[in-house]
Ligand binder design. Structure first.
Ligand code: OGA
Ligand code: MN
Length: 296
């Protein structure tokens, strides 16, 4: 099997069957029940597949919150995000984030994206140390809409022109902490519309994946992004070109959910987005995330 075959043909890793979802990103792992305790050999295979395909899909899984958290822990330390509001579930399981459009007791949820589109983003890159990955598990799915797309930022990096590489080499971007991925202002932040005043950490635009050692684009989110050291106009011009390049369809694959699917993405080299859906339909997802390290 040549290196390229793994993106076009199903293959075996021990007892696991790995079925590529597209030629650029994603693989479904078959012949596994992730609610069970996994052997060291299987974990090594999963991590190998994860580094190759960046996103792993497990279908028809039946996971209690404890099992979801236990599965997440094979890839690192499950993280409890700081939050200002809890649901009964997240009070009991601080590691779980409920991503859903139904509000519990009319409470405003920290991470509720509602039913709107979530634009291309990296999870919590507005933190100095963003999570290294997330595991999103579907519990209730609307009949249509709400697909989640992922895209390969190694490939976007590999395709950059020499000229663009020179422009972004050693540059950072500010990652806006004040708004969520649906563009909603988080509580306690001023409604700042001048990108040169964006609150949030600075991360290198090109980062090196600490495990694979490959270079990748690390853009975060487009709204209110800014490249310190450049004028506003120059920063906008650069970011518009970078984002137009990075969000090309050819780097991405979209997943249409069924109940019981779990999608695990590597937040260091993958961006994701979500389609909107009918607000009268229920969509309930449980997400865990894995503690990461400072981007370099
Ligand atoms: C997330 C996210 C997308 C979705 O939970 O970080 O972007 O499909 N979710 O709900
Ligand atoms: Mn997200």
């Amino acid at each position: 099997m040549s290196d390229n075959d793994v993106f076009t043909h199903p293959y075996k890793l021990g007892d696991l069957e790995v079925v590529p979802c597209s030629t650029v990103i994603g693989a479904e792992i078959r012949n596994i029940d992730i609610s069970k305790e996994l052997s060291a050999e299987i974990i090594v295979s999963l991590i190998q597949a994860w580094h190759t395909h960046l996103v792993l899909l497990f279908r028809q899984q039946d996971l209690a919150p404890e099992q979801h958290i236990a599965f997440t822990s094979y890839f690192g330390t499950p993280q409890s995000p700081n939050r200002t509001s809890f649901t009964p579930l997240t009070e009991k399981y601080p590691e779980i984030i409920e991503v859903m459009n139904v509000d519990m007791d009319d409470k405003q949820l920290d991470h509720s994206l509602g039913n709107s589109e979530a634009m291309w983003h990296t999870d919590m890159s507005y933190k100095p140390v963003p999570p290294l990955g997330s595991a999103l598990y579907s519990r209730e799915i609307p009949p249509n809409g709400g697909d989640t797309c992922v895209s390969n930022m190694y490939l976007a990096y590999d395709d950059l022109s020499e000229e663009m590489l020179r422009e972004i080499d050693d540059k950072c971007a500010v990652h806006d902490e004040s708004r969520n991925s649906a563009g909603i202002l988080r509580p306690g932040f001023p409604d700042q519309k001048d990108p040169t005043k964006t609150p949030g950490p600075h991360h290198p635009i090109i980062r090196t994946h600490p495990e694979t050692k490959r270079k990748t684009l690390f853009l975060g989110r487009r709204p209110y992004s800014y490249v310190p050291g450049l004028s506003y106009d120059k920063s906008e011009y650069l970011l518009d070109r970078l984002w137009a390049h990075a969000s090309q369809k050819k780097y991405s694959w979209c997943h249409q959910w069924a109940v019981g699917d779990l999608l695990l993405w590597d937040n260091r080299c993958v961006m994701h987005r979500r389609d909107p859906f009918d607000k009268n339909q229920r969509r309930v997802m449980h997400r865990t995330q894995i503690a990461g390290s400072r981007p370099f």
